[in-house]
Design a protein around this ligand. Structure first.
Ligand SMILES: CC(C)(COP(=O)(O)OP(=O)(O)OC[C@H]1O[C@@H](n2cnc3c(N)ncnc32)[C@H](O)[C@@H]1OP(=O)(O)O)[C@@H](O)C(=O)NCCC(=O)NCCS
Length: 188
Protein backbone atom coordinates (compact mmCIF):
# COMPACT_ATOMS: atom_id res chain seq x y z
CA UNK A 1 0.00 0.00 0.00
CA UNK A 2 1.45 3.39 -0.98
CA UNK A 3 1.02 6.44 1.23
CA UNK A 4 -1.08 9.10 -0.45
CA UNK A 5 0.67 12.50 -0.55
CA UNK A 6 -0.30 14.32 2.64
CA UNK A 7 -1.45 17.48 0.88
CA UNK A 8 -3.81 15.81 -1.63
CA UNK A 9 -7.41 15.52 -0.37
CA UNK A 10 -8.52 11.94 0.20
CA UNK A 11 -11.77 10.55 -1.06
CA UNK A 12 -12.97 8.81 2.11
CA UNK A 13 -15.99 6.54 2.05
CA UNK A 14 -17.58 5.65 5.40
CA UNK A 15 -19.89 2.65 5.28
CA UNK A 16 -21.41 -0.08 7.45
CA UNK A 17 -19.05 -2.92 8.21
CA UNK A 18 -20.02 -6.15 6.46
CA UNK A 19 -19.09 -9.78 6.97
CA UNK A 20 -16.16 -9.56 4.52
CA UNK A 21 -14.60 -6.83 6.66
CA UNK A 22 -14.34 -8.96 9.81
CA UNK A 23 -10.94 -10.51 9.05
CA UNK A 24 -9.33 -7.34 7.57
CA UNK A 25 -10.57 -5.25 10.51
CA UNK A 26 -9.23 -7.78 12.99
CA UNK A 27 -5.83 -7.87 11.23
CA UNK A 28 -5.60 -4.08 11.01
CA UNK A 29 -6.36 -3.89 14.75
CA UNK A 30 -3.63 -6.43 15.43
CA UNK A 31 -1.08 -4.14 13.79
CA UNK A 32 -2.34 -1.14 15.79
CA UNK A 33 -3.02 -2.46 19.29
CA UNK A 34 0.45 -3.80 19.99
CA UNK A 35 1.58 -5.21 23.32
CA UNK A 36 4.63 -2.99 23.65
CA UNK A 37 2.63 0.19 23.17
CA UNK A 38 -0.65 -0.58 24.88
CA UNK A 39 -0.49 -3.78 26.94
CA UNK A 40 -4.08 -3.74 28.18
CA UNK A 41 -5.66 -2.81 24.86
CA UNK A 42 -3.58 -5.54 23.22
CA UNK A 43 -4.83 -8.21 25.61
CA UNK A 44 -8.48 -7.59 24.88
CA UNK A 45 -8.27 -7.33 21.07
CA UNK A 46 -9.12 -10.60 19.35
CA UNK A 47 -11.32 -11.84 16.51
CA UNK A 48 -14.21 -12.54 18.92
CA UNK A 49 -14.26 -8.90 19.88
CA UNK A 50 -14.89 -7.94 16.24
CA UNK A 51 -17.35 -10.78 15.56
CA UNK A 52 -19.19 -10.16 18.84
CA UNK A 53 -19.72 -6.46 18.24
CA UNK A 54 -20.69 -7.09 14.63
CA UNK A 55 -23.38 -9.50 15.89
CA UNK A 56 -24.71 -7.38 18.74
CA UNK A 57 -24.22 -3.82 17.40
CA UNK A 58 -23.90 -3.95 13.59
CA UNK A 59 -25.28 -0.42 13.23
CA UNK A 60 -22.35 0.89 15.30
CA UNK A 61 -19.63 -0.94 13.33
CA UNK A 62 -18.30 1.25 10.53
CA UNK A 63 -15.35 1.14 8.18
CA UNK A 64 -13.55 3.83 6.21
CA UNK A 65 -12.35 3.11 2.70
CA UNK A 66 -9.98 5.01 0.48
CA UNK A 67 -10.07 3.80 -3.10
CA UNK A 68 -11.59 0.49 -2.00
CA UNK A 69 -8.83 -0.07 0.57
CA UNK A 70 -9.70 -0.52 4.22
CA UNK A 71 -8.34 2.64 5.84
CA UNK A 72 -9.95 2.47 9.29
CA UNK A 73 -12.75 1.22 11.49
CA UNK A 74 -14.82 2.16 14.50
CA UNK A 75 -16.76 -0.23 16.74
CA UNK A 76 -19.16 1.09 19.34
CA UNK A 77 -22.20 0.34 21.43
CA UNK A 78 -25.05 2.08 23.19
CA UNK A 79 -25.56 1.81 26.94
CA UNK A 80 -28.97 2.57 28.47
CA UNK A 81 -28.72 3.46 32.12
CA UNK A 82 -31.62 4.98 34.05
CA UNK A 83 -32.95 7.70 31.75
CA UNK A 84 -29.55 8.27 30.08
CA UNK A 85 -28.40 6.87 26.77
CA UNK A 86 -24.61 6.73 26.40
CA UNK A 87 -22.71 6.12 23.20
CA UNK A 88 -19.47 4.27 23.79
CA UNK A 89 -16.58 4.12 21.32
CA UNK A 90 -15.01 0.77 22.06
CA UNK A 91 -12.44 0.48 19.25
CA UNK A 92 -11.12 2.99 16.76
CA UNK A 93 -8.24 2.33 14.40
CA UNK A 94 -6.77 3.88 11.27
CA UNK A 95 -4.20 2.37 8.95
CA UNK A 96 -0.91 4.26 9.59
CA UNK A 97 -0.63 5.01 5.83
CA UNK A 98 -3.63 7.28 6.32
CA UNK A 99 -2.94 8.83 9.70
CA UNK A 100 -3.60 12.56 10.15
CA UNK A 101 -5.86 12.65 7.08
CA UNK A 102 -9.11 13.07 8.95
CA UNK A 103 -10.27 9.44 8.77
CA UNK A 104 -10.86 8.94 12.51
CA UNK A 105 -12.58 12.31 12.49
CA UNK A 106 -15.06 11.14 9.85
CA UNK A 107 -15.60 7.76 11.52
CA UNK A 108 -16.38 9.35 14.88
CA UNK A 109 -18.70 11.95 13.30
CA UNK A 110 -20.69 9.26 11.50
CA UNK A 111 -20.97 7.08 14.60
CA UNK A 112 -22.01 10.00 16.81
CA UNK A 113 -24.66 11.05 14.26
CA UNK A 114 -26.13 7.55 14.40
CA UNK A 115 -26.01 7.44 18.15
CA UNK A 116 -27.71 10.83 18.49
CA UNK A 117 -30.41 9.49 16.20
CA UNK A 118 -30.79 6.55 18.61
CA UNK A 119 -31.10 8.79 21.66
CA UNK A 120 -27.50 9.22 22.87
CA UNK A 121 -26.82 12.47 24.64
CA UNK A 122 -23.44 11.57 26.13
CA UNK A 123 -20.38 9.94 24.57
CA UNK A 124 -17.65 7.89 26.21
CA UNK A 125 -14.29 6.66 24.98
CA UNK A 126 -11.26 5.22 26.70
CA UNK A 127 -7.66 4.51 25.91
CA UNK A 128 -4.26 4.01 27.50
CA UNK A 129 -3.00 7.29 29.02
CA UNK A 130 0.29 6.78 27.13
CA UNK A 131 -1.59 6.68 23.82
CA UNK A 132 -0.87 10.31 22.99
CA UNK A 133 -2.32 10.32 19.43
CA UNK A 134 -5.64 8.96 20.74
CA UNK A 135 -5.71 11.28 23.76
CA UNK A 136 -5.00 14.27 21.48
CA UNK A 137 -7.52 13.07 18.96
CA UNK A 138 -10.35 12.70 21.49
CA UNK A 139 -9.46 15.97 23.19
CA UNK A 140 -9.69 17.77 19.85
CA UNK A 141 -13.06 16.14 19.23
CA UNK A 142 -14.28 17.76 22.44
CA UNK A 143 -13.98 14.81 24.81
CA UNK A 144 -12.82 15.85 28.27
CA UNK A 145 -13.34 15.15 31.94
CA UNK A 146 -10.40 12.68 31.82
CA UNK A 147 -10.31 10.12 34.62
CA UNK A 148 -7.34 7.77 34.89
CA UNK A 149 -8.22 4.16 35.48
CA UNK A 150 -5.71 1.91 37.21
CA UNK A 151 -5.27 -1.58 35.79
CA UNK A 152 -3.77 -4.27 38.01
CA UNK A 153 -2.74 -7.77 37.01
CA UNK A 154 -1.79 -10.97 38.78
CA UNK A 155 0.07 -14.00 37.46
CA UNK A 156 -2.02 -16.73 39.13
CA UNK A 157 0.61 -19.44 38.62
CA UNK A 158 3.11 -17.46 40.70
CA UNK A 159 0.69 -16.70 43.54
CA UNK A 160 1.22 -18.67 46.76
CA UNK A 161 -2.38 -19.85 47.13
CA UNK A 162 -3.83 -19.68 43.58
CA UNK A 163 -0.66 -21.31 42.25
CA UNK A 164 -1.43 -24.34 44.44
CA UNK A 165 -4.98 -24.46 43.09
CA UNK A 166 -3.66 -24.45 39.54
CA UNK A 167 -1.20 -27.26 40.36
CA UNK A 168 -4.06 -29.22 41.99
CA UNK A 169 -6.28 -28.78 38.89
CA UNK A 170 -3.44 -29.89 36.64
CA UNK A 171 -2.84 -33.04 38.74
CA UNK A 172 -6.58 -33.77 38.76
CA UNK A 173 -6.70 -33.57 34.96
CA UNK A 174 -3.68 -35.87 34.69
CA UNK A 175 -5.25 -38.41 37.08
CA UNK A 176 -8.42 -38.43 34.96
CA UNK A 177 -6.40 -39.29 31.88
CA UNK A 178 -4.93 -42.26 33.78
CA UNK A 179 -8.33 -43.38 35.08
CA UNK A 180 -10.05 -43.26 31.66
CA UNK A 181 -11.24 -46.86 30.96
CA UNK A 182 -9.22 -48.52 28.26
CA UNK A 183 -11.19 -49.93 25.35
CA UNK A 184 -11.44 -53.69 25.04
CA UNK A 185 -9.43 -54.67 21.96
CA UNK A 186 -12.54 -56.33 20.42
CA UNK A 187 -14.81 -53.35 21.00
CA UNK A 188 -15.31 -51.15 17.98
C1 LIG B 1 -5.84 7.77 17.22
C2 LIG B 1 -6.10 7.49 15.74
C3 LIG B 1 -7.39 6.67 15.61
C4 LIG B 1 -6.26 8.84 15.02
O1 LIG B 1 -6.62 8.58 13.66
P1 LIG B 1 -6.36 9.63 12.48
O2 LIG B 1 -7.24 9.25 11.33
O3 LIG B 1 -4.92 9.75 12.22
O4 LIG B 1 -6.88 10.98 13.14
P2 LIG B 1 -7.36 12.32 12.37
O5 LIG B 1 -6.58 12.52 11.12
O6 LIG B 1 -8.84 12.29 12.22
O7 LIG B 1 -6.90 13.38 13.47
C5 LIG B 1 -7.66 14.50 13.84
C6 LIG B 1 -6.88 15.27 14.89
O8 LIG B 1 -6.54 14.46 16.03
C7 LIG B 1 -5.24 14.85 16.56
N1 LIG B 1 -4.24 13.79 16.30
C8 LIG B 1 -4.43 12.63 15.64
N2 LIG B 1 -3.28 11.91 15.65
C9 LIG B 1 -2.36 12.65 16.32
C10 LIG B 1 -0.98 12.44 16.65
N3 LIG B 1 -0.32 11.34 16.25
N4 LIG B 1 -0.34 13.39 17.36
C11 LIG B 1 -0.99 14.51 17.74
N5 LIG B 1 -2.30 14.79 17.45
C12 LIG B 1 -2.97 13.84 16.76
C13 LIG B 1 -4.85 16.10 15.76
O9 LIG B 1 -5.42 17.21 16.42
C14 LIG B 1 -5.57 15.83 14.43
O10 LIG B 1 -5.76 17.01 13.67
P3 LIG B 1 -4.55 17.57 12.74
O11 LIG B 1 -3.99 16.42 11.97
O12 LIG B 1 -5.25 18.59 11.87
O13 LIG B 1 -3.56 18.17 13.68
C15 LIG B 1 -4.91 6.75 15.08
O14 LIG B 1 -3.71 7.37 15.46
C16 LIG B 1 -4.83 5.26 15.41
O15 LIG B 1 -5.41 4.42 14.71
N6 LIG B 1 -4.08 4.92 16.49
C17 LIG B 1 -3.91 3.51 16.88
C18 LIG B 1 -5.19 2.91 17.44
C19 LIG B 1 -5.70 3.64 18.65
O16 LIG B 1 -4.93 4.08 19.48
N7 LIG B 1 -7.05 3.78 18.76
C20 LIG B 1 -7.69 4.53 19.83
C21 LIG B 1 -8.01 3.70 21.02
S1 LIG B 1 -9.17 2.37 20.73
Amino acid sequence: MTDAPKDSPLSINIRDMDINDLAPVYHLGETLFTSDLYPYIYRTWDQWEVIGLYNTDPEYCLVAEVEDQLAGFILGTIINKASWVYGYIIWLGVNPSFHRRGIADRLVDKLVERMIDDGARFMMADTDPENIPAVKFFTRKGFGNVRKHIFLSLNLSKHEYYGKLIAYEREKAERQVWKRPRRHPHQS
